[in-house]
Ligand binder design. Structure first.
Ligand code: COA
Length: 341
């Protein structure tokens, strides 16, 4: 039994905000942002767009891609989905209902179980492993839609130059299918290794202030700021370099391979400096690492999926290629997957 990626999709809002656009509003410069993060722009959703709207566009793109290969209609494929798992930190509602349920209705995926997970920027990696586990558990489940969708612009403190320059909006979708291919040995395919970690002692390094049960809104209270991300950049940076480095090492070790066997490493796109530091420690060549942070900034649970979809649609992943996804982020959470394409 194997768990293969059959299609991918992405959705990015059309409104592109460059570093210079930000510098007109916040005390920053294009030079500072580029040199400290590698970010050149981010895409920001217009008012009225919610997490499920971007998720829907990404899901439609993935379903249409699968429909093209399968010769079925996207609507039929949606109706046939067994599972929808949506990773987000910026849901349509605070907890109730899940954004996955809103998406299920929009897609007409009436046979799919649907729920959200919160594993922040590691969300897509967590969701893929959960999807594979749930497909494995039941003979009747065949196909899962795994989504990372974020409107980080809605939980960004736009007056905090230390964090607001980092984030963007976007969504990505992956269709994971249970097949008869082998998961081990010669001819193995699909998701072959996964590593998931968490270190809750770092929860305060990156969190959303306001609106939860820890700090609920009270009737009559005048809000001076919307709920927003508070980050200790230095702590997160140091954690991220370690998490990215150790996850790559752990995945290689788990599979008994060296970095030479890997075609693509797709890291969470948080900061090009984080990736470059891990790359230097492990001696990874540039041609193995995929970075698109310059265009999208950090889109949290969506970032790895957006990158994967770009590579997939550009036909830059060949059948049999080993692809490594590595996530790290708030929680703190981190982890990765090895996939034979
Ligand atoms: N524009 C201009 N100056 C800025 C700035 C901005 N957008 N943000 C911070 N600065 C200033 C600071 O005020 C500070 O000035 P000071 O020395 O006069 O006090 C100076 O730049 C250095 O700040 P510092 O915080 O030490 O910068 P840094 O090199 O650590 O980079 C981050 C800051 C946020 C880019 C870096 O810590 C980081 O990437 N952390 C991880 C964040 C992340 O990826 N989060 C998501 C994880 S999933």
């Amino acid at each position: 039994m194997a768990f293969e990626i059959r299609a991918t999709g992405r959705a990015v809002p059309p409104r592109r905000v460059t570093n210079q656009d930000l510098a007109d509003r916040v005390d920053t410069t294009d030079e500072w942002i580029k040199s400290h993060t590698g970010i050149g722009a981010r895409h920001i959703a217009d008012e009225g767009i919610a997490c499920s709207d971007l998720a829907f566009q990404a899901a439609e793109a993935a379903l249409s891609q699968l429909a093209e290969t399968n010769g079925e209609s996207a609507a039929m494929l949606a109706a046939d989905l067994d599972l929808i798992i949506l990773a987000t930190t910026s849901a349509d509602y605070i907890g109730v209902p899940s954004t996955a349920c809103v998406l299920q209705d929009k897609l007409g995926a009436r046979n799919a179980a649907a729920f959200d997970i919160t594993a922040c920027c590691t969300g897509l990696v967590y969701a893929l492993e959960i999807a594979a586990g749930l497909l494995a558990m039941n003979v009747h489940r065949k196909r899962a839609l795994v989504i990372g969708s974020e409107l980080l612009s809605r939980i960004t403190d736009w007056s905090d130059r230390g964090s607001c320059v980092l984030f963007g909006d976007g969504a990505a979708a992956i269709i994971l299918e249970k097949t008869d291919a082998p998961r081990e040995g010669a001819g193995r395919r699909g998701l072959i290794q996964s590593i998931l970690h968490a270190d809750g002692s770092g929860a305060q390094a990156l969190f959303v202030q306001g609106g939860g049960t820890r700090d609920p809104f009270k009737a009559g209270e005048v809000l001076t700021k919307q709920p927003h991300l508070i980050m200790d950049g230095r702590i997160v940076y140091n954690f991220a370099v370690k998490a990215l480095t150790s996850t790559i090492e752990e995945l290689l070790q788990a599979d008994g391979i060296t970095i030479d066997a890997v075609r693509w490493i797709i890291p969470h796109q948080a900061n090009a400096r984080i990736v470059n530091a891990a790359q230097k420690r492990l001696g990874i060549s540039d041609d193995k690492l995929y970075l698109n942070i310059e265009e999208y900034a950090n889109t949290s649970a969506a970032s790895i999926g957006i990158a994967l979809d770009e590579l997939n649609r550009a036909h830059r992943i060949a059948q049999g290629d080993l692809v490594m996804l590595v996530g790290f982020g708030a929680g703190l959470t981190y982890g990765g997957s090895l996939i034979v394409w």
